[in-house]
Design a protein around this ligand. Structure first.
Ligand code: C5P
Length: 400
């Protein structure tokens, strides 16, 4: 189902990018309604955004004619996502303070939809302690902030403050919503694990958590109740997701097993360390030896354990391979007893760790689907489509 995006435009020079953003959102199938602040009206005309969005643009809170149509509370309820681009320093300050002194800030207070901001301002304004504090307050409330980027600014200066390009914003927004998974509980694992060698060092891997977090976000957008068990990652919890942070494979296993009982679907996107040091040194290991042997022991396979549970959830695993992708993935599908597996080549041209894009080959017993190279957010949406389709088919086969 197409997502309903309420696009807020505040008054900065980057407001011109809002036109392109509306066009691209529509191309992705989104329904868009635009709300402008009074200051934004000085930078771009409502007529432009009306023509591109196909809907009347609003800017006035107390407009009797507009309120007689879809009033502002209805508009707040209509939105699946509120995106403010550009978000100026002033708008961020008003949002952080919880003001409702115009239509856009009122809508933000009245909606339960996730809020995403794409800031744009002079770099000194961005770095000012007041803006830093407002940013921290907003992020603490779960507001997602995209950018800004570094670069040349309209004021002739250089620094952080440029609004992200519309394509960069689109790449990271989940754009599909439905209630296909309403009432279902889904668990996703994400990120790397860290296996301590001593109090300061660990064995880890290059997983950023991006794919797992994007999947959690996409699955939550289909109405599922989402638990995300994540190893160390710089990413913040996606909207509406219960984030459980862990560090080691054993902690991840414990967190998963404790909560898996009432889960319907399990997606293992974590890059779990296969081995951990047998002993963890109590003090920092000294470099006084010319050689150092590490004794490693095998970690439990969390995914295989979940897949083997009697009455367990529908399980989806990942396989990151450097060669013979399909063969290795099919082998894992069978050996671990999974319902589906999403395989990707790592180390090659088609994505993998620490990259924004990726491609996947999804396999299940009797079927396959190839998802071409795209941003991890788009890929998460596409993979979620396949997972939901297979899961619903599995449920109906259980019934019959
Ligand atoms: O066997 P391999 O590590 O390639 O399997 C990868 C899949 O298994 C991923 O879905 C990963 O999250 C999961 N896994 C796990 N616990 C482990 C190792 C892998 O859940 N110890």
């Amino acid at each position: 189902m197409s997502i309903k995006v309420l696009l807020g435009v505040s008054g900065g020079i980057a407001a011109y990018k809002a036109a392109e953003l509306v066009r691209r959102l529509r191309e992705e199938g989104a329904q868009v309604r635009v709300v402008m602040t009074t200051a934004a009206l000085s930078f771009i005309t409502p007529l432009t955004l009306q023509a591109l969005s196909g809907n009347a643009v609003r800017s006035d809170l107390l407009d009797p004619r507009a309120e007689a149509g879809m009033d502002h509370i209805e508009l707040a309820r209509w939105a699946d996502l509120v995106l403010v681009a550009p978000a100026t320093a002033d708008l961020m300050a008003r949002l952080a303070a919880g003001l409702a002194d115009d239509l856009l800030t009122t809508l933000v207070l009245a909606t339960t939809a996730p809020l995403v901001l794409a800031p744009a301002m002079n770099h000194r304004m961005w770095l000012h302690p007041a803006t830093r504090e407002n940013l921290a307050r907003l992020q603490k409330r779960g507001v997602r902030v995209l950018g800004p980027a570094q670069g040349d600014q309209a004021c002739g200066e250089w620094g952080p403050g440029r609004m992200l390009e519309p394509t960069e914003i689109l790449d990271v927004l989940p754009l599909r919503v439905s209630s296909d998974l309403a009432g279902k509980r889904v668990m996703v694992t994400a990120g790397p694990t860290r296996e301590a060698l001593d109090p300061v060092r660990y064995i880890g891997n290059r997983s950023s958590g991006r794919m797992g977090y994007a999947l959690a976000s996409s699955l939550a957008a289909r109405g599922a109740e989402l638990v995300l068990v994540s190893g160390p990652s710089a990413l913040s919890a996606p909207h509406g997701v219960d984030l459980v942070r862990v560090e080691t494979a054993l902690e991840m296993e414990a967190a998963v097993m404790e909560r898996i009982g009432d889960c319907d679907l399990f997606v293992a996107a974590a890059a779990v360390s296969d081995y951990r040091p047998r002993d963890r040194a109590g003090e920092k290991i000294k470099k006084d030896r010319t050689e150092l042997d590490l004794h490693l022991v095998k970690n439990p396979d969390i995914l295989a354990r979940v897949a083997a549970l009697p009455e367990g959830p529908f399980t989806v695993g990942f396989a990151a391979e450097t060669e013979r992708l399909e063969e290795h993935a099919l082998d894992k599908l069978e050996k671990k007893g999974l319902n589906m597996i999403a395989a990707n080549l790592v180390g090659g041209r088609t994505g993998g760790f620490e990259r924004n894009d990726n491609a996947l080959l999804v396999l299940w017993s009797g079927g396959r689907k190839s998802l071409p190279l795209m941003s991890k957010t788009r890929l998460a949406d596409a993979l979620t489509d396949v997972v939901v389709e297979r899961y619903l088919a599995y449920l109906s086969s259980q019934d019959s």
